[in-house]
Design a protein around this ligand. Structure first.
Ligand SMILES: [Zn+2]
Ligand SMILES: [Zn+2]
Length: 235
């Protein structure tokens, strides 16, 4: 199950509008960062993601599911994945690539997954609030870019990849913050499943209702205001 925000002491994270130079509490390398826990621990993106990415790669390689939400939930339930973090920027696109392949989408899966990991890792933690560009939404755009083999010089594929990111961000943004990597990932994947069926005619599966099991691990959970909150029906 996911741990609270700081991997060292469990304290909540704080974000700064201007970066500070800090040493990573795990690898000791110095970085400029806009996030640290209230006790002063900073963990770099690479250290935060390391175990999670290895799990994502192994899980997606073995999964036969056509349902990318189910894939997300299975990966998220593992201890290698934290409540929030940039590993979600790889996870969203990896779950989509997996379900796409299992639904009949044609691609060199091993190579596509490797490329998803490479590109997703470049999207830093906190891009949602600082860039106006949630990494889960970007990950859905990377998924479309990979399956259509888009490059900056393509016409139609270029358009589709950018439209995908825009659509995911529209849905994510309209729900409002604070950031939740679970809510944002579910939203991006749901939009990507609909988009893929509309534009690429590959039909992946979605559950009738997406229910989040991570509310109690999220200090900033929006609860009744989140469409995936488990007790919403009891309102
Ligand atoms: Zn800490
Ligand atoms: Zn580090």
């Amino acid at each position: 199950m996911p741990t609270p925000d700081c991997l060292i002491c469990g304290a909540e994270l704080e974000y700064f509008n201007t970066p500070r130079k800090m040493k990573c509490a795990i690898c000791g390398k110095e970085y400029e960062t806009t996030a640290a826990c209230k006790e002063g621990h900073f963990i770099c993106d690479a250290c935060h993601m390391e175990k999670g990415i290895a799990l994502i790669q192994q899980f997606c390689t073995e999964s036969e599911s056509r349902n990318p939400i189910a894939i997300l939930q299975q990966i998220m339930a593992r201890p290698e994945i934290y409540m929030h973090g940039p590993e979600h920027h790889v996870m969203v696109g990896a779950a989509l690539l997996t379900a796409y392949k299992n639904s009949g989408g044609k691609l060199d899966f091993a190579q596509a997954l490797q490329e998803m990991i490479r590109r997703g890792k470049q999207v830093p933690g906190g891009a949602c609030g600082f860039w106006g560009c949630c990494g889960a939404g970007v990950s859905a755009g990377i998924f479309i870019s990979i399956v259509t083999e888009a490059t900056p010089l393509h016409r139609e594929e270029w358009g589709l990849a950018n439209q995908m990111t825009a659509r995911a961000l529209q849905a994510i943004g309209s729900l409002g913050g604070p950031r939740c990597c679970k809510r944002d990932s579910f939203t991006a994947v749901k939009e990507a499943v609909l988009f893929t069926e509309e534009h690429l005619q590959i039909k992946m599966e979605l559950p009738d209702k997406i229910i989040c099991g991570f509310s109690k691990f999220n200090e900033q959970c929006k609860k009744q205001d989140c469409p995936y909150f488990a007790d919403r029906s009891l309102k």
